[in-house]
Write a protein that binds this ligand. Structure first.
Ligand code: DP6
Length: 359
């Protein structure tokens, strides 16, 4: 079924060519999206912190072409042509064709760069697809100048979701919810919405230091992992749990209870990986150093009463989350005890960000 409100508008101005550049960040889920239905509809509601430093910057050049029979585009990563990205973008263009009427009218040159390693378990698909969706919406806006900014934001998130589910949560800060939930007014399976409540000061400018345990390509992509939730023995219970956790974290983010935050976020991370380990076929994305880091964090917390905790994406890297008030002490702990477990000693210091930016 097509979402009528976002369908392509027929009354359009004409443009010949142009260029637009957007930067969009990655995000880190606190309650995880893992499992989806057709057309990128999530099985449960998820919520994420928007990041600040881990970004994709995409420059889209569009030139009117002779015919409008096919898509025509080239993709460059860090200035190098990347034909292996094309199939994913072709799928994306096919999915969004009903919503953008101009996709076959132009040749697109998509030039993109990341501030973090590609396929490192940091969701480059989230920042990449949201940046591309924002570029395409700039063209849509030029053709249909009457669209208001609220509608543009929703439609950008809607399109980004069709590229990669988690991408729909990258457009705004600090916290974005995706998926219908009774506790979140106006929440939707079709796009992300800003967390609608005041967040406690404990969570202001929360820190996320990403420990790069393994920078290689993932053995199992998120898309395959999501599909394995279809015949998974624990999936239904997991979707119920995630929606309950969303309700709990909605209260925690307002009341500032950091101990409850830690339990919920760490349990979500381990449950995500438990789902992978209990899929058929089963798989493990954590590495020995992922577990070393988790154990060190637990020991540090016990010894110091720190409120540091971890979460994981679909990869081996560890996101170390902590309040801004503990910035110096936790960073020191990371340097002293955790960097040794990172590939080539690499880590990225990030914090909560604001989302999309037009450059
Ligand atoms: C583990 O958004 O990458 O990061 O929709 O197939 O592109 P697709 O999947 P993707 O899945 C991300 C899953 C996760 C959890 C999360 O970000 O909520």
């Amino acid at each position: 079924m097509k979402e009528i409100r976002f369908l392509a508008n027929t009354k359009q101005k004409s443009i010949e060519n142009g260029v637009t550049t957007w930067s969009s960040p990655s995000n880190i889920a606190l309650v995880k999206y893992w499992g989806k239905r057709k057309e990128q509809i999530p099985e449960n509601t998820s919520i994420s912190f928007t990041l600040n430093q881990c970004k994709t910057i995409t420059n889209l050049t569009y030139t009117k072409k002779e015919d409008n029979l096919n898509f025509s585009f080239d993709v460059f990563l860090d200035g190098e042509k990347q034909d292996d990205f094309k199939p994913k973008i072709e799928v994306f263009f096919n999915r969004i064709t009903p919503y953008l009427s101009f996709l076959k009218d132009f040749h697109f040159k998509i030039e993109t760069k990341n501030t973090f390693p590609h396929s490192s378990g940091i969701a480059s698909s989230a920042s990449g697809m949201s940046a591309l969706a924002a570029c395409l919406m700039s063209i849509d806006k030029e053709l249909n100048p009457e669209m208001n900014s609220q509608f543009i934001l929703q439609k950008t998130s809607f399109l980004a979701r069709l590229g990669s589910g988690s991408a729909c949560r990258s457009l705004e800060g600090d916290l974005v919810v995706w998926g219908e939930h009774k506790s979140i007014v106006n929440s939707s399976n079709l796009f992300g919405v800003k967390f609608p409540f005041n967040t406690h000061n404990n969570f202001k400018n929360y820190q996320d230091t990403i420990l790069l345990v393994d920078k290689g390509e993932k053995q199992v992509s998120s898309t395959i992992g999501h599909n394995l939730m279809h015949n998974h023995p624990f999936s239904q219970q997991r979707f119920v749990q995630a929606n309950q956790n969303l309700e709990k974290i909605t209260a925690i983010l307002q009341n500032g209870n950091l101990d409850e935050f830690i339990s919920l976020v760490e349990s979500e991370a381990l449950t995500l990986h438990a789902m992978m380990m209990s899929s058929m076929p089963y798989f493990i994305l954590m590495k020995p150093n992922t577990l070393e880091i988790i154990n060190k964090i637990w020991a540090f917390r016990k010894a110091t009463n720190s409120k540091v905790c971890f979460t994981l994406d679909a990869g081996a890297n560890v996101h170390v989350l902590y309040p801004e008030s503990e910035k110096d002490s936790v960073l020191q702990f990371i340097k002293n005890e955790l960097v040794v477990y990172c590939q080539n000693g690499h880590y990225i210091c990030d914090n909560i960000g604001k989302g999309l930016e037009q450059l």
